[in-house]
Design a binder for this molecule. Structure first.
Ligand code: OGA
Ligand code: NI
Length: 370
């Protein structure tokens, strides 16, 4: 018998056991990381500390001042300008999978009210907020810290209010928290319209009819996640959000003026600096798949910050929920020179895989590569 391996396994299981206990204790408090920050904690608990290898790698990271493309939608109703915008969106979606949009038509007041609504939710009386704390995915309003708390290796310094608006045309607004109900309803209405426009531009960028992606049900409703990243006492030791690519087809992200979002471009982390009134758009895994990798679902993350809170609102256009639907590379994009890179997958199978894993595990798309 190899004693050293046995001992190592033992140490491992004791450590894991302690970690599970700590995770459970944190989860049971239902106060999120904001609760820890408010308690005046000067050191972050072990469950949030990244492994030494990762922290060492971070020191070798190169930094750069290049910026993701910014696209101005002014004049989009003019045929000539629209053509140019289609080109800009296509190039950004191919090369970066990320871009920022300005003059997109959503009033600044709607954006500001949305950020304020999310702030009000997270900063309200903790006893009221606790009533929304849950991991039950059948609820419409889901407040918790780290949706993958028990699956990931390291917890993130972030709390989230998820609002499941997808496929709920008859959503009862009373299912949303009172603190942000009106802001969310207004923002959701406008962000869906912008999503519709973006899917038209993205369809045209693929050489398809403007309504192609709409007919594939990419636009069907969206789920909105209001993230709250409190100031962190030891920002170098943890992350706000582990590196990942987004599920679904498309994400529109609203951020307040506190930095943190980074996207990986040519092996460097690039800061996606907030532009007042601007929105960040990024391609999700399913759009990479159905575009046969013409568009890129790029890796991004949020670093922790000693100042805060950073507040962001991610609207995920996730696809259909009700009927099982098959997705694969769009036939019009496939030819002898461009063979399919992915096999077809049932949306429900994809979604089930998505929710059973930690954000730091193997990317879901890898399972469907041919
Ligand atoms: C996400 C995401 C970035 C942010 O929710 O998937 O990448 O800035 N959010 O919160
Ligand atoms: Ni993301």
């Amino acid at each position: 018998m190899d004693v050293s391996v046995d001992q190592e396994n033992l140490v491992h299981s004791v450590l894991n056991h302690d970690r599970m206990k700590e995770l459970k204790a944190f989860d049971d408090m239902k106060v999120g990381v904001k609760g820890l920050a408010d308690a005046g904690m000067l050191k972050i608990p072990k469950i949030f500390v990244r492994p030494p290898v990762e922290l060492a790698e971070e020191l070798n990271c190169r930094h750069t001042h290049i910026q993701v493309p910014v696209i101005d939608f002014t004049g989009i109703q003019r045929v000539d300008r629209r053509k140019e915008i289609v080109g800009e969106v296509r190039i950004a979606s191919e090369k970066w999978g990320f871009f920022q949009v300005v003059n997109h038509g959503i009033p600044l007041s709607v954006l500001e009210k949305m950020i304020d609504g999310i702030r009000l939710f997270h900063e309200q009386d903790v006893e009221v907020k606790k009533q929304f704390y849950t991991r039950d995915r059948t609820r419409k309003a889901i407040f918790n810290s780290n949706f993958d708390l028990y699956q990931s290796r390291t917890a993130n310094w972030r709390d989230t209010l998820g609002m499941i608006l997808q496929a709920s045309d008859h959503l009862d607004p009373n299912e949303l928290p009172a603190t942000c109900r009106e802001a969310v309803m207004d923002y959701a209405r406008d962000v869906k319209k912008l999503g519709d426009t973006l899917f038209e531009l993205l369809s045209e960028g693929l050489g398809l009819k403007p309504d192609h992606l709409r007919t594939m049900e990419c636009v069907n409703g969206c789920n909105i996640y209001g993230h709250y990243y409190p100031a962190c006492p030891e920002p170098k030791l943890t992350l706000g959000l582990t590196e990942h690519s987004d599920p679904g087809f498309l994400t529109i992200l609203l951020q307040n003026q506190i930095n943190g979002l980074q996207v990986l471009y040519e092996n460097q982390w690039v800061d996606v600096l907030p532009i007042p009134g601007g929105l960040v758009v990024n391609i999700g895994d399913l759009l990479q798949m159905i575009s046969n990798s013409k568009y890129t679902s790029n890796v991004h993350r949020v670093i922790a910050n000693s100042v805060g809170p950073r507040i962001s609102v991610a609207s995920f256009f996730g696809g259909p929920v009700a009927a099982p639907k098959l997705y694969g590379p769009i036939k019009e994009l496939i030819s002898e020179e461009n063979p399919p890179l992915y096999r077809d997958v049932l949306y429900n199978e994809y979604a089930a895989r998505l929710y059973s894993r930690g954000l730091d595990e193997k990317p879901v798309l890898e399972y469907y590569k041919l």
